[in-house]
Design a protein around this ligand. Structure first.
Ligand code: PMP
Length: 441
């Protein structure tokens, strides 16, 4: 069992100065029974060490960006080189062109891109651009998909199959929430019904093409095709939020991924795409882009305004270039896939052995674990899982030096730094955790 007196003390101190002691609510342990989160001090490869010197195998990967592990030498060198030349100019740089080219060649639906500072900004701006282009106000989103914390997308489903939104947060006017329609993921009938009712006012249908925010959930075969066809028949744009998915499963995005299922995810292209996370190599970044005539709505060419003091800063761009270069090496994604497959098999076997009901959704190098005995294909099914079991599992794993996200909805992310020994250690730890959980009933 790990002792964490310094984390406890730092948490008390943090609470005095930082709201909730954390700079993002997902870092708090509120969803897993509360108490002090672990304060990390150092990361190297697949591991990080907390303030008390305990080591953890990291499957959080900072909620996705750290796909190369911590302190990747090429990324670190790129950041240092950038810093030596000054971290921000407020002028364009050649690096931005190089990076835009790299991203465009991996994701051809992006005729033009713009770099911003976070996934939230990227998504928020795609909505503005879609509204500017279509002259319409409403958007349709899917229950349980997370698109950042801007007003429009922080709206949850009410009851019923397709509903006008109710704010998911205080401080969001009903007038804004009422511009958002939420429908269940993987449910074309509900989408059709929403478009029948509100279609003429819908600027865009926004979707995570592969969901990463209520576990890892694939679109059912035909769902994205149907979504795109339905949106277009009503004159609405399609926005893919690929903040989690881009460069996660292969060198490209979900929209360029041939081979996960038939019809291929690459059979259709969105009009606009939001990016973030991995493309910054661990530094703050976001990006959005899409069809030329739509992107030309953006200032200085067009009437839709979007700007950023920090946007395209040389440190983030340099880290991003180095990260994508490392990911472009042959075999990288197959190895992530193989490691995750081994982890999935080991977890499933350990759960069976101890009579623990566990559904594992794995997509290449990302997987999610759901304490339930049914499949998880939409948000209702993801909610209808045992959160207390997850909390127990999370803590038992943490005590054995395995770090997961403190939420039953989050994925485990494989990094290029994980080894087979790490996976074996993790499976053993899970076996011990399941054994404790099954003994507790
Ligand atoms: N979209 C998706 C799909 C995300 O998962 C997230 C963050 N988890 C965001 C947008 C927001 O990105 P950021 O936290 O960088 O603002």
């Amino acid at each position: 069992t790990k002792n964490r007196p310094r984390s406890e003390a730092l948490y008390k101190e943090a609470l005095q100065h930082i709201v909730g002691g954390v700079n993002s609510p997902s870092r708090s342990f509120k969803a897993v029974g509360g108490g002090a989160p672990v304060f990390m001090k150092r990361g190297q490869g697949a591991y990080f060490w907390d303030e008390d010197g305990n080591r953890y195998i990291d499957y959080l990967a900072a909620y996705g960006p750290i796909i190369l592990g911590h302190g990747h030498p090429q990324v670190t060198a790129a950041i240092c080189r950038a810093a030596e030349n000054g971290t921000l100019y407020g002028t364009p740089t050649e690096l931005e062109i190089e990076f835009a080219r790299m991203i465009k060649s991996a994701i051809p639906s992006l005729d033009k891109v713009r770099f911003v500072n976070s996934g939230t900004e990227a998504v928020m701006t795609t909505i503005r651009v879609a509204r500017a282009y279509t002259g319409r106000n409403k958007i349709i989103k899917f229950a349980g998909c997370y698109h950042g914390h801007s007003d429009l997308v922080l709206v949850a489903a009410g009851s019923g199959p397709s509903t006008l939104g109710i704010p998911d947060s205080a401080g969001i006017p009903m007038s804004i929430a009422s511009e958002v329609i939420t429908v269940p993921f993987n449910n074309l009938e509900a989408l059709h019904a929403a478009l029948e009712r509100w279609g003429e006012d819908v600027a865009a249908v926004m979707v995570e093409p592969i969901v990463g925010n209520f576990g890892m959930v694939m679109p059912k075969p035909g769902f994205l095709e149907g979504l795109c066809a339905a949106a277009r028949s009503h004159g609405s744009l399609v926005i893919y939020d690929e903040v989690i998915t881009a460069f996660r499963f292969h060198y490209g995005a979900a929209q360029t991924f041939d081979g996960l299922q038939a019809p291929s995810l690459a059979a259709i292209e969105p009009d606009l795409t939001a990016l973030g996370k991995i493309i910054g190599g661990g530094l703050p970044i976001g990006a959005y882009g899409g069809r030329k005539d739509i992107m030309e709505q953006v200032a200085p060419l067009g009437p839709a305004y979007q700007a950023g003091t920090m946007a395209g800063n040389p440190a983030s761009i340099s880290a991003g270039i180095a990260c994508l270069q490392a990911l472009a090496e042959p075999g990288v994604y197959d190895r992530l896939d193989q490691l995750a497959a081994r982890l999935e098999a080991g977890l499933a076997e350990a759960a069976r052995e101890h009579g623990i009901a566990l559904t594992i959704n794995r997509i290449r190098g990302a997987l999610s674990t759901h304490f339930c005995d049914h499949p998880v294909t939409d948000y209702d099914e993801a909610q209808n899982t045992d959160g207390e079991q997850f909390a127990r599992f999370f803590r038992l794993m943490l005590e054995q030096g395995i770090c997961l996200a403190p939420s039953k909805y989050e994925a485990w992310f494989m990094t290029t730094a994980h080894t087979e020994a790490d996976i074996a250690e993790t499976i053993e730890a899970a076996g011990r955790a399941f054994s404790v959980m099954s003994a507790a009933g």
